[in-house]
Design a protein around this ligand. Structure first.
Ligand code: AKB
Length: 315
């Protein structure tokens, strides 16, 4: 049975992953940590500790006290915020990852750290972006993710740390709002469709990006962490995706349920330029072959569930 420590547990992914891990391994086996101390921690149930993941030795100390065998490192700044504060983004994203890897090395823990479609840059093939291809990202978030992938590989090669990871696309969820990402528009569009019947989008029509519904993302993390190491050729930074969509496609899917939904545009140049440098459709074959990745939700199924849950919450 695993004993897990999570950093950034109050972020968009952590708020759904933590309860799922507690269901699987037991409440007491999962220590949630975050630098924030807001009310959303109550929803996580189970043990919680306030922790700055960049502080020297803080992850090590908490993981040792918890007798963790697995560290799930989610604390990070997302793309748009990182681009606005590049120095801080480097310090947070790389500094905390180094702390997590050092703790994993010293304690003999496995480690999971999410990467992103941002780890590719404009030079990578946009369609069917291969698992192994050119990675020259042009955003600070992308640079920190590509460097993070390499650092995880280094700790695996040099110290035998079982460091695994997924390159996530935009994650869509109804539980917790994302913060500071470029793909956040998708989550906002669903919420505004239910609240107001209209949405003003900051990315242009025709901007195709990979997306995935949160339950598939959570399931993918569990499946990769539980995968037989002997079957993993890549281990770290697997491409995963469930759909390639643009704002018009999501709006059309919403209109099946809310026929009068109105989509208008006011382009944010920063987030548009970030999106323009990212792939449009990843190739997730390696994840499917090496550990059986198979998302359950396509666009319409995700839309139906998002709208149903948001109506219960906001409607
Ligand atoms: C972002 O938009 O920054 C994230 C990501 C794709 O990594 N959702």
């Amino acid at each position: 049975m695993r004993r897990i420590m999570i950093t950034g547990a109050l972020g968009q992914l952590g708020q759904e992953l933590t309860p799922r891990l507690r269901e699987l391994y037991g409440d007491e086996a999962v220590l949630a940590t975050d630098i924030r101390t807001d009310g959303s921690r109550a929803a996580l149930g189970g043990p919680f500790r306030t922790l700055d993941a960049t502080e020297d030795g803080a992850i090590y100390e908490a993981a040792a006290a918890h007798r963790a065998d697995t560290i799930i490192h989610l604390a990070a700044l997302l793309s748009a915020t990182a681009e606005a504060r590049p120095l801080f983004a480097w310090q947070l994203n790389m500094g905390s990852l180094l702390q997590a890897l050092e703790a994993a090395r010293a304690l003999g823990c496995g480690l999971f750290c999410p990467s992103s479609i941002a780890a590719f840059g404009p030079g990578a093939p946009k369609l069917g972006t291969p698992q192994d291809t050119l990675q020259r990202p042009t955003t600070m978030y992308g640079v920190s993710k590509a460097a993070g992938e390499l650092l995880c590989d280094y700790y695996a090669f040099k110290y035998g740390v079982d460091a695994r990871g997924l390159r996530f696309p935009g994650l869509v969820s109804h539980t917790a709002p994302p913060g500071g990402g470029t793909t956040d528009y998708a989550v906002e569009m669903y919420a505004e469709a239910v609240r107001a019947g209209k949405y003003e989008c900051y990315l242009r029509a025709g901007t195709f990006l990979d997306m995935m519904y949160m339950p598939d993302a959570v399931q993918a993390i569990v499946a990769l962490m539980e995968a037989d190491a002997a079957k993993l050729k890549h281990r770290n930074a697997f491409n995963v995706t469930a759909m390639s969509v643009d704002p018009e496609r999501i709006a059309a899917s919403i209109r099946r349920r809310i026929p009068g939904f109105e989509l208008t545009y006011r382009i944010d140049p920063l987030r548009q330029s970030i999106a323009d440098g990212w792939p449009s459709a990843l190739d997730a074959t390696a994840a499917a072959l090496e550990w059986g990745f198979r998302p359950a939700y396509d666009l319409d199924r995700m839309t139906d569930e998002m709208l149903e849950r948001l109506y219960e919450k906001l409607g």
